[in-house]
Design a protein around this ligand. Structure first.
Ligand code: ADP
Ligand code: ASP
Ligand code: MG
Length: 416
């Protein structure tokens, strides 16, 4: 059994969907689960719908229309005749979330978000499934929400492994070609949940774990895991192989080619992860496996932009120690701030945070009651794994370093 995951970039247009056929023809298509994300930037477009719903109702229809037009263009390119069943399926899905927005009574942003944005994945998988069927690649379309069971922490749901395992075994026929959605799950009351932005890689790993897959392959628009993000660095090199620990470190610090939660389930069962180019499916890509030494062994650069640096110091020169630190961390958890890096001294405490759920605004006044707070917004977190001084100098050129932390293998800088 193999798991394939096709991300947004791989199915961003009709050509991309045709290429899924090409990849499956070249690599075989039995005993496979194919996880598909929303097409292109659809999740961003769905977020616009939700934001309009909460902030500016007049804009909702226009935001929905953007999603509709984008998918219509792809449908018209892919399917003949005009009355092909897929048009009805996609229309029905669009009517479903429009209907939800009309009848919804919940004022909770995160809940509404999850009920709406996931239609990006439901639509994309319907399109891919029909297209493959027409092409003779007979497949089963499965609603992943019936398999991946989670708690109700909307927008960042946690997997209930036991129930998920049971459901996956029930729903997936390992002999067949199965098509399902990334990113989604459902809670106890069967409301849709999401696993966090870019979470479809994680879906592939969850399914791989539950099915004891031989491998998981994530098909990307890059040749594999590179030693730096090609969007920020002009010279990059592909890593041929890395071990799980290395991949976890890279992903955790922000190498967005792999979602950070993807690695742990795979490591537990020693399932190999391949990161490969969807344009060159025959190429080796990067293999992530057990105990392999990073090759080539070169510095790896990771840039995480748009972070927040908080410096807290006590108002009365008292120490910032266990009790205050634990209270601070509880607040980070409550306000859904993700901690990237911490540094403390006797009377001050610095922390670099990802404010992806916008909790900072609510948190700052509460922290200010107990601490002197300095807040630097829009800082970047730079990480170099396997660093040397030349790599450090080239990365820091022109930046103002606010915090520095060095370990044996990793150096990190918060910079402005
Ligand atoms: P998906 O289509 O699956 O959502 P992503 O866009 O999330 O794919 O991931 C692929 C992108 O990750 C690449 O286009 C690249 O810009 C970025 N990226 C960041 N860090 C790295 C890295 N170290 N190696 C390769 N790609 C990286
Ligand atoms: N479609 C979702 C997102 O854009 C999940 C994913 O692509 O991994 O975040
Ligand atoms: Mg993505």
């Amino acid at each position: 059994m193999r798991i394939f995951k096709f991300g947004g970039a791989s199915v961003k247009d009709a050509e991309g969907v045709r290429n899924v056929v090409n990849v499956l023809q070249k690599t075989g298509h039995e005993n496979t689960v194919v996880v598909v994300s929303a097409m292109g930037k659809t999740t961003n477009a769905m977020e616009k719908v939700v934001n309009a719903y909460f902030q500016n109702k007049d804009q909702v229809d226009a935001a929905i229309q953007e999603v509709v037009e984008y998918h219509k263009a792809i449908l018209h390119d892919l399917f003949e005749p005009k009355n092909h069943e897929i048009h009805h399926t996609v229309n029905r899905l669009i009517e479903e979330f429009k209907g939800f927005l009309i009848w919804n009574k919940s004022p909770k942003y995160a809940f509404v978000y999850d009920q709406v944005v996931g239609y990006g994945e439901l639509i994309s998988t319907a399109i891919v499934s029909h297209y493959l069927n027409d092409f003779g690649l007979k497949n089963e379309w499965i609603d992943v929400r019936e398999m991946i069971k989670t708690n109700n922490s909307y927008r960042d749901a946690e997997v209930d492994w036991e129930r998920t395992q049971q459901q996956v075994k029930k729903k997936i026929d390992p002999q067949k070609l199965n098509i399902t959605q990334g990113f989604l799950g459902s809670d106890e009351n069967n409301f849709t949940t999401t696993l966090g932005r870019e979470g479809s890689d994680y879906t592939a790993a969850i399914l791989g774990y539950c099915l004891d897959a031989a491998s998981v392959t994530i098909w990307k628009d890059v040749p594999g895991v590179l030693n730096a993000d090609p969007r920020h660095f002009s010279e990059t090199r592909k890593l041929e192989q890395i071990n799980y620990r290395e991949a976890i470190e890279l992903a955790f610090y922000g190498a967005s080619v792999i979602h950070p939660k993807t690695l742990q389930p795979l490591q537990q069962k020693e399932i190999q992860l391949y990161v490969k180019s969807f344009l060159h499916p025959e190429d080796a890509g990067t293999v992530v496996g057990k105990g392999v030494k990073i090759a080539p062994e070169i510095p790896c650069f990771i840039v995480k932009k748009n972070q927040v640096l908080l410096k807290l110091s006590s108002l009365d020169f008292s120490f910032i120690v266990e009790d205050s630190i634990s209270a601070i961390f509880k607040l980070f958890h409550d306000y859904r701030l993700k901690v990237d890096l911490i540094q403390n001294s006797a009377i001050s405490f610095s922390v670099c945070l990802d404010n992806k759920f916008n909790g900072l605004k609510g948190l700052l006044p509460i922290l200010s009651e107990r601490f002197k707070v300095t807040c630097h917004k829009e800082v970047s977190l730079f990480t170099i794994r396997h660093f040397n001084e030349e790599a450090v100098a080239s990365l820091l050129n022109g930046y103002d370093v606010l915090v520095e932390q060095r370990g044996k293998e990793t150096v990190q800088f918060v910079v402005k």
